[in-house]
Design a protein around this ligand. Structure first.
Ligand code: F6P
Ligand code: MN
Length: 313
C-alpha cells in the first residue's frame, strides 16, 4: 500500500531531530514520552490499588503516583544524560549512581499531578522541567526545556525547548505524532480558572475574580493543573490562578515541579506567568518544597491581576 506523505504525521523523535534539538535534551523529552505510555497504561487498565492494599496474589500494590515516579526515574536514568533529579514524590535530591560525562542535565518532575482525581476519572498529568548542569534548583528562566503529558480522553504531550510550543498525540500504535505546532496564546481571553477556596481569598484577589465575573469571563476549572493549563494553552487564551490564601500566603502549587515548567511553556507561547508581583521564572528556588501564588495565561489578564494585587489588602 502506498501511503501519501501528507497523511503521515511526524513522530516525536523525528520532529526533535528535524528541529535540531540537542541530543541529550531530545533523549530526555523522548524518554519521558516513553515513560508516559507506561503510566497511561497503568491508569487505563485500572489494575492498581492504593498503596497499602494488596492485589489478587497478596502482593503489595503501589499507588499510581509512586509507580509513575519509579517509571520516570528509571527512564531518565536510562537516557544516560541526567545526573540529578528532584520529584514531587521524593523529599530529597536524587543523584544517579551511574556516572558519565554525558550526564549534563538535571530534571525536576511531578510524576502524576492531580492523582487524587484518578479515582473520579478526571484528567491528570505528568509535568517535567529540564536544566543544564547538576543543579536542579535554578531559576525557571534557566530551563532548557519543559513539557507535560495530559492523560485525558486522549493522551497528549506538549513540550518546548524555547523554539515554539508543540503538541503531540498518542496514537493507537503507541506513537506520539505531531498534532499542533507553534502554539500561540492571544493577548486577551474570556476563560478564568481559579484555584483555592473563595472563602480564603484575600480582598484584592476577591476583587479581581469579581471583576472577571462582572466582565463576562467563563469559569473553567477542573481541579487538575495540567488539564486546566492545557485548556488555556490550546483554546488560545484565558487565565489560570492559584492565589495566596489566608493561612497559606504562598498558595499551593510548587515552584520546581509545577509552576516553572508551566510558566516556561506559557511564556514560550507568548503568554505570561506571575506570582502577582514578579515573573514566576525569575523566582530563585531555595528549597524543593517552595510554593508561590500563580497567575498564568494571556498577557492582558495576568497584567490585570498584577494591578489588582498591587493595591494594599
Ligand atoms: O497539586 C495538585 C493539584 O491537584 C493541582 O493539579 C491543582 O491545580 C490543584 O492541586 C487544585 O487544588 P484545589 O483543590 O485547592 O483547587
Ligand atoms: Mn502536583
Amino acid at each position: 500500500m502506498v501511503v501519501e506523505r501528507k497523511h503521515v504525521r511526524r513522530g516525536l523523535w523525528n520532529h526533535l531531530m528535524r528541529c535540531g534539538v540537542e541530543m541529550g535534551l531530545a533523549s530526555i523529552i523522548y524518554e519521558v514520552g516513553v515513560a508516559s505510555k507506561y503510566i497511561n497504561h497503568a491508569m487505563r487498565t485500572g489494575d492498581l490499588g492504593l498503596a497499602g492494599t494488596s492485589n489478587l496474589y497478596g502482593e503489595e500494590q503501589l499507588a499510581l503516583d509512586v509507580l509513575a515516579d519509579e517509571i520516570i526515574k528509571d527512564r531518565l536514568d536510562h537516557t544516560g544524560r541526567v545526573s540529578k533529579i528532584i520529584s514531587e514524590e521524593q523529599s530529597d535530591i536524587i543523584i544517579f549512581e551511574r556516572k558519565g560525562k554525558l550526564r549534563q542535565y538535571s530534571v525536576c518532575y511531578d510524576p502524576l499531578d492531580g492523582s487524587s482525581l484518578v479515582d473520579v476519572n478526571l484528567a491528570v498529568g505528568t509535568i517535567v522541567s529540564i536544566y543544564s548542569g547538576d543543579n536542579p534548583l535554578q531559576a525557571g528562566r534557566k530551563q532548557m526545556g519543559a513539557m507535560y503529558v495530559l492523560y485525558g480522553p486522549r493522551t497528549t504531550l506538549v513540550y518546548s525547548v524555547g523554539k515554539g510550543v508543540y503538541e503531540f498525540t498518542l496514537n493507537s500504535l503507541g506513537e506520539y505524532t505531531l498534532t499542533r505546532e507553534n502554539i500561540v496564546l492571544k493577548d486577551h481571553g474570556n476563560i478564568y480558572s481559579p484555584g483555592g477556596q473563595r472563602q480564603k481569598y484575600l480582598p484584592n484577589q476577591r476583587k479581581f475574580v469579581g471583576y472577571l465575573e462582572e466582565n463576562g469571563y467563563k469559569l473553567r476549572y477542573s481541579g487538575g493543573f495540567v488539564p486546566d493549563i492545557n485548556q488555556i494553552l490550546l483554546k488560545g487564551s484565558g487565565i489560570f490562578m492559584y492565589p495566596a490564601l489566608s493561612g497559606s500566603p504562598d498558595g499551593k502549587l510548587r515552584l520546581p515541579f509545577e509552576l516553572n515548567p508551566m510558566a516556561f511553556l506559557i511564556e514560550n507561547a507568548g503568554g505570561s506567568a506571575s506570582t502577582g508581583t514578579m515573573p514566576i521564572l525569575d523566582v530563585i528556588p531555595e528549597h524543593l518544597d517552595q510554593r508561590c501564588p500563580i497567575y498564568i495565561g494571556s498577557r492582558q489578564e495576568v497584567a490585570m491581576a498584577e494591578k489588582f494585587l498591587a493595591v494594599e489588602n
